[in-house]
Ligand binder design. Structure first.
Ligand SMILES: Nc1ncnc2c1ncn2[C@@H]1O[C@H](COP(=O)(O)OP(=O)(O)OP(=O)(O)O)[C@@H](O)[C@H]1O
Ligand SMILES: [Mg+2]
Length: 347
């Protein structure tokens, strides 16, 4: 087949691929392989190009015995690592063995399974804490506190709040899996954003009053209608206003503003901009990119004490994505935070 034959075969592969002869020279490589390993790899020794023990051993072994092998290769490029599964296959061409390498990017596969493991570990941990408390109190009620009526009342109160926490967590988990599964299904109902905002503010007012927070509205536009899911949008606003009350209460007030944007590039048209601003402690910059991760909390202890499950913003983000919108977070430590939701307005 010759080098040119290998070259045209490799050109037809949808993955980075290269061919190595028994003199350890790279005799052919497709464009993807050259992007990965450098432009000047043809006629060079693979040992100098690949430099990782696993892959070098596999190639050497396949050259020797002609057996197929699969190995790993980690490509590092300015701060980013890509993990490849590399297949080594031997081909006999005019009596000589040529080893063909194919690189398959499996970074996302390993990341996904890692995320799944983390998620299960997180859920178990979150459930175990209230469950351990419940079991402890049941034991105490049946044992040492058996005949202590005032203690019964107190313990049952704590047990109730722990059970409620578990109930909230399970509710949020179901809600998360629901919004994840219909994230690709576009909502079709016509929803008036200002009406949903006003009714959310109305229902959350008692919580704000209890926390000593005044909710102010600033609607520069009204009657903004979008294609949306009213229940889900209410969930978004409830979480964002609830967070502003919970974590920003030291500011004493929260503003909810609504504005029509003429044209947003990402939506190729007009949008509704909803901003929820608090004047509390703010959030350190380092946390901002991770806030929408499941179970991510800035102050674990405080969030738990306030009854938070750490799933609110993860759910919020999925719902905003489903509405083809954007969630933007701005915060200044010590001055407060603004959570902005931009939603495309239906034509
Ligand atoms: N307005 C805010 N000011 C300061 N910190 C905030 C604000 N909003 C969110 N956070 C931080 O982000 C974290 C994640 O918020 P998220 O809404 O996802 O979870 P939660 O409020 O703890 O729980 P849940 O919403 O499920 O009850 C919070 O624990 C808090 O640390
Ligand atoms: Mg929340």
């Amino acid at each position: 087949m010759g080098n040119a034959g290998f070259q045209s075969l490799l050109n037809a592969l949808p993955l980075p691929g290269l061919a190595i002869d028994l003199d350890d020279q790279i005799i052919a490589a497709n464009a993807d392989a050259r992007t990965l390993l450098g432009d000047q790899i043809i006629d060079r020794s693979y040992i100098a190009m690949l430099r990782q023990p696993d892959i070098l051993h596999s190639i050497e072994a396949t050259q020797a015995d002609g057996e197929n092998r699969t190995t790993r290769y980690v490509h590092s490029d300015v701060g980013q690592e890509t993990l490849f599964s590399v297949s080594c296959r031997a081909v006999v061409d005019a009596g000589d063995t040529v080893v063909i390498l194919c690189f398959e990017d499996i970074t996302h596969v390993t990341q996904t399974s890692q995320m799944r493991r983390d998620f299960v570990a997180n859920v178990s941990h979150e459930l175990r804490t209230p469950l351990t408390a419940l079991m402890g109190f049941i034991e105490t009620l049946r044992g040492p506190a058996k005949n202590d009526a005032p203690a019964h009342d107190r313990f049952l109160g704590i047990m109730q709040s722990e059970a409620e926490r578990m109930n909230r967590l399970v509710g949020d988990l179901l809600s998360l899996s629901q919004v994840e599964s219909d994230e690709r299904v576009r909502p079709t109902d016509n929803v008036c954003v200002d009406a949903v905002l006003l009714s959310t503010i109305h229902s959350i007012k008692p919580v704000a009053d209890a926390a000593g927070v005044n909710i102010e509205t600033d609607f520069s536009d009204t009657d903004l209608t979008i294609a949306g899911d009213a229940d889900q949008l209410r969930q978004v606003f409830t979480n964002l206003i609830g967070n502003a009350i919970k974590y920003g209460n030291s500011g004493g007030r929260v503003t909810v503003s609504l504005k029509r944007l003429k044209r947003e590039a990402f939506a190729r048209g007009p949008c509704a901009l909803i901003q929820i601003t608090d004047y509390g402690d703010g959030i350190d910059e380092v946390h901002l990119p991770r806030l929408t991760e499941r179970f991510y909390r800035v102050d674990d202890h405080r969030s738990r004490a306030l009854g938070g499950t750490g799933l609110g913003l993860a759910i919020t983000k999925h719902i905003v994505n489903r509405h083809r919108g954007r969630l933007k977070i701005n915060s200044v430590k010590g001055a407060g935070s603004t959570f902005a939701v931009v939603l495309p307005i239906s034509a």
